[in-house]
Design a protein. Structure first.
Length: 280
């Protein structure tokens, strides 16, 4: 009999404006069935640091010609979007049980990337280590209530990152399953219409196939999804910085300030200048 139990949580904060260590989502999965391969390029428009820790059983990770098995007591570290995939298979006799933490934002990703590159893509971490207990704690906290002050989640996320750092320093030893180098891929948010084809090629797919897959995943075309994300990023810059409209237009990928202003008005029903004054 096919059976799966999943807890997926996306903690919210009252205000994420600021240099926070941001927890994007966390959760736990218990699987007694074979699931389709999870393609990692469809799950993020901006960069996500993904940490998956296997408690029981094993999962398979594939990227190009490379194939790896992640077993109990190991963590798989990936940066999404990327062209890899994860295959999760469990049975009633040998279930797959794992938990995960995903982080976003420059402060969290700086430390995430350091640990990723220094210790490899597959890391050995004892199940009794503070890194695992703190990951479980964040999942419990998110389950109790998903909305807390941003400072609360930032503190919890930093403490988990620090515990992970200590765990790999104390316990991780390089094995033949750990990749020697970790590729750095461009984030999907930075893609412009002119180079979406190049991004599709980097992911290993045709532009038409990638467009179809992302449209199915997001419920809207990649162009519209990426435009909305850029405009949300622009709104945050308007609230939190004194950058000029031209500078914000450049940072969010618009060719001209006039094009940026027109797109911003369509989404927010006011000009960037009026939006900034209303949020100061």
């Amino acid at each position: 009999m096919n059976w799966r139990q999943t807890i997926l949580l996306k903690p919210n904060a009252t205000n994420w404006d600021g240099p926070y260590f941001r927890l994007y989502e966390c959760g736990i999965d218990y699987i007694q069935q074979a699931l389709p391969a999870q393609r990692l390029f469809t799950h993020a428009m901006d960069t996500i640091g993904s940490w998956i820790y296997v408690l029981q059983g094993s999962l398979r990770y594939a990227r190009g010609e490379d194939r790896h098995i992640v077993t109990a007591g190991q963590a798989l570290i990936t940066r999404r979007p990327e062209p890899g995939s994860i295959l999760r298979t469990g049975t009633p006799e040998a279930p797959l049980h794992y938990l995960w933490i995903h982080v976003i934002g420059e402060p969290a990703l700086n430390l995430f990337d350091y640990l990723h590159h220094k210790h490899g893509q597959i890391q050995n971490i004892p199940p009794a280590s503070p890194a695992i207990s703190h990951a479980r704690r964040m999942i419990r906290l998110a389950l109790q209530t998903s909305t807390r002050p941003a400072h609360f989640w930032s503190k919890e996320t930093y403490h988990w990152l620090d515990a992970w750092w200590q765990a790999v320093q104390d316990h991780h030893q390089t094995s033949n399953r750990t990749t020697a180098s970790v590729p750095k891929l461009g984030r999907l948010l930075s893609i412009q219409p002119g180079n979406f084809k190049a991004f599709a090629r980097e992911m290993g797919y045709s532009r038409a196939y990638l467009t179809q897959k992302l449209s199915t995943e997001w419920g809207r075309t990649p162009g519209r999804a990426l435009r909305d994300v850029r405009l949300r990023q622009a709104a945050q810059l308007l609230r939190t910085t004194s950058l000029s409209i031209r500078d914000i237009s450049d940072k969010t990928g618009y060719a001209t300030p006039s094009g940026f202003i027109c797109a911003f008005v369509r989404l927010y029903k006011k000009t960037p200048g009026r939006y900034r004054r209303a949020h100061r």
